[in-house]
Design a binder for this molecule. Structure first.
Ligand code: DC
Length: 239
């Protein structure tokens, strides 16, 4: 069992592009430490899903989608071995992973009002500490005071391969070239949008995961957190 400074419940922010492995890594690290895991992308996906259910158009109905995001309640619950997102008490975990919702969630996440509502909900989830939150703007916008900020990356080809394999495992057959094109498109939009674009926080520690196993990435992050909390503990004593 890892020895952390007593009474410190850390806050970890993990950002990075789609397919860099951050969800798996964040989930494993949270389990190891007994922390809460928050998948912020799932919340944007849930808004996209509900918007499509309500037949709202992502280009035209931005105000309605913004209002919808403020009315939805979000809760992560353990279902068997997995963590599922419940939006308005409905388990949306499967619905939000479809290719259609994936593509729709990117323009939905660029609507400023949606971001405002979801950032507020995410900050509330992290208020008690003992949290690992992953997304695109966690270190830069949502939790700028996190004890540890990590920016995970992998090359575009490697990320598309991972995504393609994941879809196959779910029985969704997609052309690899199409997966790569969708991924590059989403990357471009997520990094170039006006509000909260994907970028590392100035004080984030960066890790390229191409050549590393998930276990190795989790080990590195755990040791970084240990360092960060030990440093934080020293600072607090010095103050
Ligand atoms: O991580 P993901 O693929 O499940 O995220 C879905 C979409 O939401 C993706 O287009 C990026 C966006 N997103 C965001 O803008 N900010 C976050 N904190 C998390 C995800």
């Amino acid at each position: 069992m890892t020895e952390f400074p007593p009474k410190i419940k850390g806050v970890v922010a993990i950002d990075g592009p789609a397919g860099c492995g951050k969800s798996t890594v964040a989930q494993m690290l949270a389990r190891r430490l007994g922390y809460v895991y928050v998948d912020s992308g799932a919340m944007y996906r849930a808004v996209a899903f509900w918007a499509s259910q309500a037949a709202l158009d992502v280009e035209q109905d931005t105000e309605e989608i913004g209002n919808l995001s403020g009315e939805l309640s979000f809760e992560f619950q353990q279902v068997g071995d997995e963590q599922h997102l419940f939006a308005d008490d409905e388990d949306v975990e499967e619905a939000i992973r479809s290719v259609e919702v994936s593509n729709l969630s990117s323009p939905v996440s660029a609507i400023p009002q949606v971001r405002e509502h979801l950032v507020a909900a995410q900050r509330q989830m992290a208020a008690q500490g003992g949290v690992i939150m992953e997304g695109r703007d966690i270190g830069t916008v949502v939790l700028p005071d996190a004890d540890l900020k990590v920016f995970l990356t992998a090359t575009a080809g490697e990320r598309a391969r991972r995504r393609w394999r994941q879809l196959q495992e779910q029985g969704i057959i997609e052309d690899y070239e199409q997966v790569l094109r969708d991924q590059l498109e989403r990357d471009k939009r997520d990094s170039s949008r006006a509000v909260a674009p994907l970028r590392p926080a100035e004080d984030a520690r960066e890790l390229v995961t191409d050549e590393l196993t998930i276990q190795q990435v989790v080990d590195v992050l755990e040791s970084w957190l240990q360092d960060a909390l030990a440093r934080g503990g020293d600072d607090a004593q010095d103050a």
